[in-house]
Design a protein around this ligand. Structure first.
Ligand SMILES: [Zn+2]
Length: 274
């Protein structure tokens, strides 16, 4: 999907580099050459912006070695369509494979895992789009059938799923998964002491729920969004910093959030009047 090697091709047309041409030489002429080592430091390629990424999807055919596939991709304008490309990126972002900060796209740990696991698989190549498109064209010309197409995709998916555990057993991937898991830990579970509180999208919950821990915390309380930092403080210290709330009649008030020891439910603790 995002072959990191392809990035290097961007910088080859650097117009600032002067072009040194060879002097005219005749056959058999002796030439004295001087070979020097130039020391330098490599710099990582610049990360893409969202716009550049969309453009790359459009011109994905450039990065395909197979000439036929490359030609098809040129014809159909790469991966996705004008209407779907931004949505594809949004989807990858929502699933946590990439992050977009100040319009700069970067790969998350989860994204790295995905890239590593599908490396070398057709899934990681724009050729997949080309192969599917070429068969769709065949169907259009009456030379292929829908059944054959779907059957082949099914075969491909089955084979990919079968191979997945082997790809995952690679130690690098295991390590990355562990790191990713640890990154998503917010705090130790105050209820079972064994699990970790993790973000479950619509609420915070204990990773040990399969063993019966029912510890959950809401994402919103009294109209206030509870951030991971607040939850961490609450779970580890039993109490948040002093927070500002608004009551139903619009009046602002300050309070700490504390955990009720028995039921592990959130409660207010009001600052003592001075
Ligand atoms: Zn727990």
């Amino acid at each position: 999907m995002f072959d990191r090697d392809t990035r290097d091709t961007r910088d080859t047309k650097d117009s600032n580099t002067p072009i040194k041409s060879f002097p005219n030489l005749s056959n058999g002429e002796m030439v004295k050459g001087e070979v020097k080592i130039k020391e330098g430091i490599t710099t990582p390629p610049k990360p893409y912006t969202e716009g550049q990424l969309i453009n790359l999807m459009k011109t994905a055919g450039r990065f395909v070695d197979d000439e036929e596939d490359s030609e098809i991709l040129k014809e159909i304008e790469g991966i996705g369509t004008e209407a779907t490309r931004a949505g594809i990126i949004e989807n990858i972002k929502e699933n946590g494979y990439i992050e977009i900060k100040r319009n700069v796209v970067s790969l998350t740990k989860k994204g790295e895992i995905l890239c590593e696991v599908i490396e070398g698989n057709l899934l990681s190549s724009p050729s997949m789009t080309a192969k599917w498109e070429s068969y769709l064209k065949k169907i259009g010309e009456g030379k292929g059938t829908q059944e054959h197409f779907i059957k082949n995709i099914e075969k491909f998916l089955r084979a990919t799923i079968e191979k997945a555990p082997k790809a995952f057993s690679d130690s690098n991937v295991e390590k990355a998964i562990q790191e990713q898991k640890e990154l998503s830990y917010i705090a130790n579970c105050p209820s079972c002491q064994d699990g970790k509180i993790v973000d479950r999208k619509t609420f915070y919950g204990c990773s040990n729920y399969k063993n019966g821990c029912k510890m959950t915390l809401p994402k919103k309380w009294f109209g206030k969004s509870l951030t991971k930092t607040m939850i961490k403080k609450l779970c580890e210290k039993g109490r948040t910093n002093k927070l500002k709330f608004t009551n139903k009649s619009g009046k602002k008030f300050y309070a700490y959030l504390i955990l009720d020891n028995e039921e592990n439910k959130i409660m207010f603790e009001f600052p003592k009047a001075t």
